[in-house]
Write a protein that binds this ligand. Structure first.
Ligand SMILES: [Fe+2]
Length: 276
């Protein structure tokens, strides 16, 4: 399989594979192993509709459905539209701070995939921070503060506000959730720091202010340029990442700059879900 490195020790491009056609078992196993080892994989020049995107994701695991029902597409609930085009059901127009998808649920989504339908000429990039690399390079004193510690994640941490606020029904249905901050990859013998600054409400038994300070320290370490890959979108890009090993953010983009991505994802099998 031909690949090209994209960042320092993680994120690669896999070249010459059309993911819209059925892949044989051995090629598929190679892609999965390559993806888990490198955390972020980019396939360029893809042509995918909702069904072929969902079919590719489902080959890896049970399809993800977002916990916030107001974000689901009316066409197919496993595909989320991130679009600011005039016909968008719900417009995605803002930047989005560092986070890991669905940390505030008991069994967070293992992988997320984004497919570039319309790429903005300016801004709207997706940045990835390598949380396995960040754990490996973490100073021992900082590591010691999070070893064996759990954090509370909230779908709507106060006082920060979501781009799309939760409905009353969602607020009642999605209670806060606790996960270990240091986790071992479900398939590999590799630890990573589990971070989601957008959703981390408290760390261990620290009060809110001290939790926030520690979260800022961990985030500053993990988002140093040496641990970050910046993906500038072009049409036909399919990017998939491992939510146990990277976090991501969206950079700002001009409101009149067309941008449309489709999102899918898949879960781990139940016995590997969390905590691990
Ligand atoms: Fe996300």
């Amino acid at each position: 399989m031909q690949t090209r490195p994209l960042a320092n020790g993680f994120a690669i491009e896999i070249i010459g594979i059309d993911v819209s056609v059925p892949l044989d078992d051995s090629l598929f196993a190679d892609i999965k192993a390559m993806w888990m080892e490198h955390r972020v994989v980019v396939f360029k020049g893809q042509s995918l509709d909702d069904d072929s995107l969902a079919d590719f994701a489902e080959r890896f695991g049970p399809l993800f459905v977002h916990a916030q029902s107001s974000l689901l597409s009316s066409k197919r609930k496993e595909i989320m539209e991130l679009s600011n085009l005039p016909d968008a059901e719900r417009k995605t127009v803002h930047e989005l701070d560092w986070h890991t998808d669905q940390t505030y649920t008991p069994k967070p989504v293992f992988a997320t995939m984004l497919f570039g339908v319309v790429a903005p000429r300016e801004g709207g990039e997706t940045l990835f921070a390598d949380l396995a690399g960040a754990y490996a390079s973490m100073p021992a004193a900082l590591k010691a503060r999070i070893e064996g510690v759990k954090a509370v994640y909230s779908a709507e941490p106060r006082p920060r506000v979501r781009e799309t606020p939760l409905t009353e029904e969602e607020r009642a249905r999605i209670p806060d959730c606790t996960h270990p901050i240091v986790r071992t990859h479900p398939y590999l013998n590799r630890k990573a720091v589990y971070l989601s600054p957008l959703h981390m409400a408290r760390i261990g038994d620290l009060p809110e202010d001290a939790s926030f300070q520690l979260m800022k320290e961990l985030t500053a370490h993990a988002t140093q340029p040496a641990h970050v890959y910046r993906h500038k979108w072009t049409e036909g890009d399919l990017v998939m990442w491992d939510n146990t090993s990277v976090m991501h953010r969206r950079t700002p983009f001009p409101p009149d700059e067309p941008r449309h991505l489709k999102r899918a994802g898949f879960y781990l099998p139940d016995e590997l879900a969390v905590p691990f």
